[in-house]
Design a protein around this ligand. Structure first.
Ligand SMILES: Nc1ncnc2c1ncn2[C@@H]1O[C@H](COP(=O)(O)OP(=O)(O)OP(=O)(O)O)[C@@H](O)[C@H]1O
Length: 308
C-alpha cells in the first residue's frame, strides 16, 4: 500500500495535484491541500464549485483523473484498512426500496467500529425520527436526519458531511450543530462540513477551505480569516484616505457616504485615523467575506478572459 511521505500524525487528508474531469467539465483543477486531524473543517463555495466532487474523491467514492489522495497516510481507494474509518454523509444517499431508518442504522452499526448506539437512540428522539417509515417515504428533512444521525453516531475518525441539513428546519439544524460540537469536544475526530449556510456554521469551523471553479481560493485557519476584511462607512474622501491602496472587495455609494469593504486588518494608527475621521468600522462575517471573494474571483476571471 502506498503511504504518503508527509507527516501522517498530523494530516487526516492530503490531496496533491488532484484533478477531476467530467468530459468537458474541469470539476477539480490541480487541487493541493491538507486537512489536519481532529479539527472541524468547512468546505465552502458556490453552486458547482467542486465541493461534492472533492469530498467524493477524498472519501474514495470517486477516482481523481490526476493527482493523489491520502487518508490517514494511505491511498483510501479500495483500501480495507482505511475505508472503515471514513463516513461520508451525502444528501443524495440511496437506500434500498423498503429500507427503514432502523435498517440504515443497523448497517452503520456493523460498518463503524466506534458506533455509539445510545447516542444514536438519543438522536433519533431528538430529531423525532419515525423509525418504521420507509426512508423513501420520509420527508426531505427526515431523510437528512437519517444521514446526520449516522454521521454523528458513527464517530468515524473522518466524517464528511456534504450539505447534510438540506430540508432540516431551523430547530433541527441547531440541534445538529449543538450535538456535533458537544460530541466532537468529547470525542475529537476529523470533520469536514460543506455548506451554503456559512454564517450558521462559521462558529463550528477551525479551518476554512473555499473552492471556486475547481480551484482552491482560501485555505486558512478560521482565526486567520476572522478580521481579514473590514467594512468602512463614512464620507467618501475620509474613507478613501484610510483605504489607500488596499484591495477593495466591495464599494457602495449612497450620495456622499460610501461603504467600502477592504482586505486586511487595520493597524493601531489606522484605527486612530478612523476614529479621528469619524468613520464606522463594521466587522465582515465569514459569509460576506466569501461572497465578496468568490464574486471578485468570477469577475476577475471573466475580465481576464475578455468576456464582458
Ligand atoms: N458525474 C458528473 N458528470 C458530469 N459533470 C459533473 C459530474 N459531477 C459533477 N459534475 C460537474 O462538476 C462541477 C462541480 O460539481 P460539484 O457537484 O462538485 O459542485 P458543488 O460545489 O458540490 O455544487 P453544489 O453546491 O451546487 O452542490 C459542476 O460543474 C458539475 O456540473
Amino acid at each position: 500500500m502506498t503511504t504518503s511521505d508527509t507527516d501522517t500524525r498530523v494530516w487526516a487528508i492530503e490531496a496533491q495535484g488532484v484533478t477531476r474531469r467530467f468530459k468537458d467539465t474541469l470539476a477539480l483543477d490541480n487541487v493541493t491541500l491538507n486537512f489536519a486531524k481532529d479539527q472541524i473543517h468547512g468546505l465552502l463555495g458556490r453552486n458547482g464549485a467542486g465541493k461534492t466532487t472533492l469530498m467524493s474523491v477524498m472519501t474514495a467514492q470517486d477516482w481523481p483523473s490526476d493527482g493523489e489522495v491520502y487518508v490517514f497516510g494511505q491511498v483510501p481507494h479500495e483500501n480495507e484498512q482505511v475505508l472503515p474509518d471514513i463516513c461520508f454523509v451525502r444528501e443524495d444517499q440511496r437506500y434500498p426500496e423498503d429500507a427503514m431508518a432502523k435498517h440504515a442504522f443497523a448497517a452503520a452499526r456493523d460498518a463503524f467500529e466506534n458506533w455509539d448506539e445510545d447516542f444514536a437512540q438519543r438522536l433519533i428522539k431528538d430529531f423525532r425520527l419515525p423509525e418504521k417509515t420507509a426512508i423513501k417515504k420520509m420527508s426531505r428533512g427526515q431523510k437528512s436526519a437519517v444521514g446526520v444521525i449516522i454521521g454523528l453516531a458513527s464517530r468515524a475518525p473522518l466524517t464528511v458531511f456534504d450539505e447534510p441539513y438540506m430540508g432540516l428546519d431551523a430547530v433541527a439544524r441547531q440541534l445538529f450543530y449543538d450535538r456535533l460540537l458537544q460530541d466532537y469536544s468529547e470525542n475529537p475526530r476529523t470533520i469536514v462540513l460543506s455548506s451554503h449556510l456559512i454564517d450558521e456554521i462559521a462558529h463550528l469551523l477551525e479551518h476554512v477551505v473555499v473552492i471556486d471553479q475547481g480551484k482552491i481560493l482560501v485555505d486558512e485557519s478560521a482565526e486567520a480569516l476572522h478580521g481579514r476584511a473590514v467594512t468602512l462607512v463614512g464620507r467618501a474622501d475620509a474613507v478613501d484616505q484610510v483605504v489607500g491602496d488596499r484591495e477593495v472587495l466591495d464599494r457602495e455609494e449612497l450620495g456622499r457616504i460610501v461603504r467600502i469593504t477592504v482586505l486586511g486588518r487595520l493597524s493601531t494608527e489606522e484605527r486612530r485615523l478612523v476614529a479621528d475621521l469619524d468613520l464606522d468600522v463594521i466587522p465582515v462575517s465569514l459569509q460576506q467575506l466569501i461572497v465578496h471573494m468568490t464574486r471578485n474571483n468570477v469577475l476577475g476571471q471573466t475580465e481576464s478572459e475578455g468576456i464582458s
